[in-house]
Structure formats: C-alpha cells, structure tokens
Design a protein around this ligand. Sequence first.
Ligand SMILES: [Zn+2]
Ligand SMILES: [Zn+2]
Length: 404
Amino acid sequence: MPLIPEIVAATEALTAIRRDFHAHPETAFEEVRTTARVAQLLEQWGIEVHRGLARTGLVGILRGTVGAGTRAIGLRADMDALPMTEHNRFAHASTAPGKMHACGHDGHTTMLLGAAQYLARHRDFDGTVYFIFQPAEENGNAGARAMIEDGLFERFPCDEIYGLHNMPGLPAGQLGFRAGPIMASGNRFDITLRGTGGHAAIPDRAIDPVVVAGSLIGALQTLVSRNTSPLDSAVLSVTQVHAGETYNVIPDEAILGGTVRTFRTDTLDRIESGLRRMVETLPQAYGAQGRLDFKRGYPPVVNHPAQTAFAADTAIETFGASQVDRDTPALGAAEDFAFYLQHVPGSYLFLGNGDGTHRASQAAEGPCQLHNGSYDFNDALLPIGATYWVRLAEAFFRHHPAHR
Ligand SMILES: [Zn+2]
Ligand SMILES: [Zn+2]
C-alpha cells in the first residue's frame, strides 16, 4: 500500500499517542487531558491552535506557503470515549473506571494528528487546512452542533469538510464511500395514553388505555409500510410498553416509547407528523387522549455527491481501486458529523478496522465491535488514515474547483 514514508516512519510514535489516549478515555465535554495533549502536539509542530470551542473542542490552523489562496478544507476527528467498562487487560487498557474508547475516537484523533504533523512540515499547498478536533460525539451530546454554535464555520470558514469512522468487519484499511445518506437519523419518542381506570370486570364504565395502546401499536406500523416509499427506508420500533399493576384494575394510563430511524430528513418529517396525527386522533375514537413527545437526535449523515466522488477518486489514486468501495452499505447508527454537512459540503467515509485479530494479547474474548468492551482500534490504520488525510488535502488544493 503506497503510504507516505515519512508517516510510516512515525507509526511507532503515533501508536504510542493512540494508546495513551486509549488508556485515558474521557467522556462528553470532559476531554480536558485529551485536548491538552492534542494542543501541545499541534503547537509543537508549529500549528496555530484555537481552544475553547464547544468547551473542550479545538481547531488547528495550517496555512500553505504557496500562493495567497483563500480556499480551505476542514478535516474532523472526534475525541470522546464512552461511559462503559473495558474488558481488555492489555497494557493500554482504560485506566478510568467506567470509561472506554470503544468507538475508536482515540484512533480518529491520532490519524488526524499524524496528518497534521506531516502537513506542517510540507506546507507546499495554496490555502488553509483546518484540523477540527471535536468533543462529545457519543450519546446524543452533539459536540458537532456545539462547535457550530460556537462559530466554527464563521471563525474557520471551510469550503468543504471531511470525516471518517473506523469500521470493524470491513477489511483493515479498506475505504468505503457512499454518496447520499450513509448513516441514519436517530430519534426517540414517548407516548402517553390517558383513559379512565376502573374495575376490570366493569369495563363499560372505564376507558381502557391498554386496548388503545394495542390498537395504536398496530396502526403505527403503517407509517413505514404504507406512508414511506418502498424505495426509501425507515424504522419505527415501539420498544417500551408500560401499563397497569395488577389483574383486576384497568389502569388510567398507558405509556409507550420507541425509536424512529430514517436516512432522509423529509422522511423523518413525514413520519413524525404521521405519528403525531395518529397519537392525537386515534385514541379519541376510543374516548381516550394521546400525547406525543418526539425528540429528534442527530439528523442523517448525507454525503454530498461531488465531494464524495472527489474523496473516493483521491482514495483510488492513493491506495488503488482494490482498496476502495465507492458504494459501501449505509449504516443504521447515527453520527453528529451530520450537522456539519448541513452547513458545508463534504463527505464521511468508513475505514475498515479488520476482524479483530490485530488486538494485543490479553484482549478480552468478546467481538471487536464498536461499543463492545472487547473492542480496540487497529493501529495498522494510523499511517493509512494519516496518509489519506494528507493526500485528500493536497488533492483538494491541486484539483479544485474542477470538482465543484
Ligand atoms: Zn460510538
Ligand atoms: Zn464513533
């Protein structure tokens, strides 16, 4: 694989940095140690650092020395860990009880650092690279949105933005691209159905919310099967049903909860309004009342076609066509990179993390899957991801705006 030799030579150092992050995981908006380390390294390499966005986020600015170009590319890494227990016992396992880098953000951060180090030494490009290190991607904390609200794109005006996520199960180092939606929106809802409780043997004097719940659960299935195009896809799952406490009492209330996933915002709009319509009107047919509380999470990650084609072309030029899938399957999980793509064109890709055989001895026996206590980022990806970011930035300044 044609990696940049200077980056390959830095692999050992990058691995040490990555394992240090892994051993010291920090969760949403508490990435204090991580941010300090990132800032220290960037400054050591001569990159201008701006801290304090989204509390623990930071942006590194690197201006090229060729020409007076004003065009800019944003490269983003997430830095946060998960509130969960690591089962691995290798030397770089988590030292923070109940916290773990189980999503590989330690690797994302380190790959971007590797690219920053190289580009700082080779500033022969015409424009500006923004290295965007964001906190709080996990658990709906929306660090990306916090970065934007703190003026990310006003203070650091990127023409385009790119991000990636490691992907267990894809061959190590394989790059997966997809124009259009690549990850889903994640949303949750709570429904309260209010009837009139009473004696279970005298139902005619009660309004039974359990029966209303049964009817509503069935009806809600039509929001996907009858109201969503067969060429689109969506999920509506009722995952919680709570009502009643004993055998001979009709309860006053039934509570439902669940999730909606879609790959398009207009599909989400339609499902949410359909859900509201059903929850508010169907119970009335039974003399009951329904109330919906719908909470939108991250929007879908929708890759822009031109930027995705450019990113995939660059990957093929760099690594060869056999390493690149231009049509990788979309994933039903959600990711806050979606917010950036609502403001700036760009693309988000998957980088194969392999089958888990890379794990150091004393790894736990569970699968090397994201959010599993046995997961570990594959350090073989460090020079691959760093090389990719460098080549993408170089190509951005060289080729554009031909690709726009
Ligand atoms: Zn995650
Ligand atoms: Zn993640």
